[in-house]
Write a protein that binds this ligand. Structure first.
Ligand code: ARG
Length: 470
């Protein structure tokens, strides 16, 4: 008995696959996201077969036109493949043969589903990685715009979530932007390894037919070949690398999100999320919840799981292709989709939130986060830093005993602690002046922030250049 979908490859069997097995085995639902890539790969393959004379030019043309018809039919829903097809490759091939007749049976000369699927996934990734890079460039732009608008706002810089030293918001945000710029570099590095064509590797041994793998690679826009046919069908490290880069990126987004959650609390009262990204409560009418940030933070866990799945999937698999590898797409697609969505939402939050510009302005007057400034003052006047640290530690204790902050420290009181303190402590107890004095490379001074904005804007522009080459 012959059933649609399974008959193409069951010549050596006497009975069809069980329906339970068909359902269990089919990856069609997931694969359909790669329909265009599958058709593109087949068109490149058919064109190559024509050019090298494995099929006639007319046959190649018929195959290519037929493949376009199948693409349209499936996109329009005129033909709906189902679980009876093991995967998108079988579905397209079977439909092609119905559309163009006998010649359709020639499309599978000198290829295997093993190199087909490897090609499809790489093409899919190439396209999606451009979207992810665009999204990251846009998020970086949103943050740089924000720094230009609100970057001089004062806030405490934290370590251990304890107030450390006064800084400018621009400085803090640049601490998020640089990792995102590196995410783009990491993904670009991964893309270079994704961008190789496995097509023509066939099952794993190559083929006796006189194919030219360079032709199909070039038609598909690949940058070169996966040289070894075993490697081409067995390896998934390029997928793992992309998902690892996504996982690292999600870590960065989760840190940004965590701060948005904290900063939008009544306790911090430092930012207010735009209405478009804040959510209400079903019971507490006053609520203005930072769900968007919480979801990004939560979704990072999913992407870590995707990475774990992909690593475990390939671990200890014997070469070359094993059916296990069919399980790669769900975590791969999920990781890429989730990261793109999270990057976009984060950009949206930053574009629409408002910063309470004065929140820390008076709060930081006399704040102990100026203690380092006093120690640096003494050190600049020749006192060994360790001694200065000790002296200022004593000053902090003295202030605390009086239940006051550093505003209690007059110049004469300071001199009791060390003779090197100057007559006027004013400039050193001014949080903004303290921040602006940190002009060392990468310091919190506005001048340094502006320098980095210029550097980062260039990296965003470079993206546009590289894209125009794609
Ligand atoms: N559906 C398969 C996959 O996704 C395609 C390759 C099948 N190859 C095979 N030898 N069964 O991995």
């Amino acid at each position: 008995m012959r059933r649609p979908g399974s008959h193409l490859i069951r010549g050596r069997f006497t009975a069809p696959t069980g329906t339970d097995m068909q359902r269990f085995s089919s990856s069609l639902a997931v694969d359909l996201r790669m329909l265009d890539e599958d058709i593109d790969g087949s068109i490149a393959h058919a064109t190559m077969l024509g050019r090298v004379g494995i099929v006639t030019p007319e046959e190649a043309e018929t195959l290519c036109a037929g493949l376009e018809t199948v693409r349209e039919e499936i996109h329009r829903g005129d033909w709906v493949p189902g679980d009876e097809h093991e995967d998108v490759h079988m579905a397209v091939e079977e439909r092609l043969t119905l559309v163009v007749g006998e010649v359709g049976k020639k499309i599978h000369t000198a290829r295997s589903r093993n190199d087909q699927v490897a090609t499809d996934v790489r093409l899919w990734l190439k396209r999606r990685l451009i979207e992810l890079d665009d999204a990251l460039a846009d998020l970086i732009t949103a943050l740089l715009d924000r720094i230009e608008a609100d970057g001089r706002v004062l806030l405490p810089g934290y370590t251990h979530l304890q107030r450390g030293q006064p800084i400018l918001l621009g400085h803090h945000l640049l601490g998020h932007v640089w990792p995102l710029a590196r995410d783009r570099e990491r993904l670009a590095g991964a893309l270079a390894r994704v961008d190789k064509s496995p097509l023509g590797a066939c099952a794993m041994a190559g083929t006796p037919h006189p194919i030219d793998r360079d032709i199909s690679a070039e038609l598909l826009g690949f940058d070169g070949l996966v040289e070894n046919a075993m490697d081409a069908v067995a390896s998934r490290d390029h997928e793992q690398e992309v998902v690892a880069a996504c996982a690292i990126c999600m870590t960065h987004l989760s840190r940004i999100s965590e701060e948005l959650v904290l900063w939008s609390s009544v306790e911090f009262n430092f930012v207010r999320l735009g209405d478009a990204y804040a959510t209400g409560s079903s019971i507490m009418p006053q609520k203005r919840n930072p769900d968007a940030a919480e979801l990004v933070r939560g979704k990072s866990a999913r992407v870590y799981g995707d990475l774990q799945a992909l690593l475990s999937l390939v671990k200890a698999l014997p070469l070359a292709y094993n059916r296990d590898l069919q399980e790669d797409r769900e975590p791969l697609f999920d990781a890429v989709d989730t990261t793109i969505a999270s990057v976009r939402i984060t950009a949206g939050m930053w574009r629409t939130l408002t910063v309470s510009r004065d929140r820390f302005e008076s709060d930081l007057e006399g704040d102990f986060s100026l203690a380092t400034e006093l120690a640096d003052l003494l050190a600049a006047r020749g006192v060994p830093f360790r001694e200065a640290h000790e002296v200022v530690g004593g000053i902090v204790r003295w202030c605390e005993e009086q239940g006051r902050g550093l505003e209690a420290l007059t110049a004469s009181a300071a001199r009791e602690f060390h003779a090197s303190f100057p007559d006027d402590l004013g400039p050193w107890l001014d949080p903004r002046a303290a921040a602006e004095r940190r002009t060392s490379a990468g310091g919190t001074a506005w001048k340094e922030i502006k320098r980095q904005i210029t550097m980062l804007r260039k990296t965003v522009l470079r993206k546009t250049d590289s894209e125009s080459q794609v």
